[in-house]
Ligand binder design. Structure first.
Ligand SMILES: [Fe+2]
Length: 227
């Protein structure tokens, strides 16, 4: 089974007080919680694709950590994976380390990059049922305003269409991007199908929030008297 996760930031103390504001008393407590969550799901022969920013620890600390985590790990490099620059780091603890990769997952194409790619390779490809078959999995932006901007961009794409090559018929533009931010899965690596479900729920919650805001703004509008 293959799983995906991003931006664990093991050993990264500042995430307890800034950015994510993770609810742990210490970085040690955070690390132990994340290791337990990981190992509660992942078995020895499972594959885990890490979408970057895995560890802020030293080469030695990160090696010890990798030995404690179950599964065969594949690393897409993030901007915080600085232990990779230490020539003593044993990179063979990962099956591979890459900046970018494209893999197949149960007949779907998956584009992997730490940074979100809004025009990804294979975006327009459809499967035999006419459904988009490519997913772009990313990390990097955690739960920041950058995700809000991507959500706004997704809406623009959703309202757009394109002419299909060959038939020339107008068709919706596929946009299948998922931020595999570990906090969204309570620090547990998830399968592609599980991430798709997480994303669907997030989108539904966003739509519900928007509807509420819309209704609230209508209520706040001054009544017209007709005079
Ligand atoms: Fe990160």
């Amino acid at each position: 089974m293959r799983y995906y996760i991003s931006d664990c930031h093991f050993f990264h103390r500042s995430l307890l007080t800034s950015m994510d504001k993770r609810p742990f008393e210490s970085v040690e407590e955070m690390n132990e919680f994340m290791i337990n969550q990981w190992n509660s799901r992942i078995k020895k022969n499972d594959e885990v694709v890490i979408l970057g920013d895995f560890s802020w620890g030293t080469a030695e600390q990160t090696e010890e950590l990798l030995k404690r985590l179950n599964g065969r790990k594949y690393l897409i490099k993030g901007n915080h994976d600085l232990y990779l620059k230490d020539k003593n780091f044993d990179e063979s603890l990962f099956v591979w380390v890459k900046d970018y990769a494209e893999v197949h997952d149960n007949r779907r194409k998956v584009v992997l990059c730490h940074y979100p790619i809004v025009c990804y390779n294979g975006q327009y490809r459809l499967d035999e049922n006419g459904q988009p078959k490519t997913w772009m999995l990313y990390g990097h932006i955690h739960n920041t305003h950058d995700q809000d901007l991507i959500d706004q961009y997704a809406k623009v794409v959703g309202k757009s269409s394109h002419k299909r090559i060959g038939s020339g018929e107008e068709a919706p533009i596929p946009f299948q991007m998922i931020n595999c931010f570990c906090v969204r899965s309570n620090y547990i690596p998830l399968t592609l199908d599980e991430w798709i479900e997480v994303e669907k729920k997030r989108q539904a919650a966003l739509e519900a929030d928007e509807k509420l805001l819309d209704e609230a703004s209508k209520l706040a509008e001054p009544e017209t008297t007709g005079k």
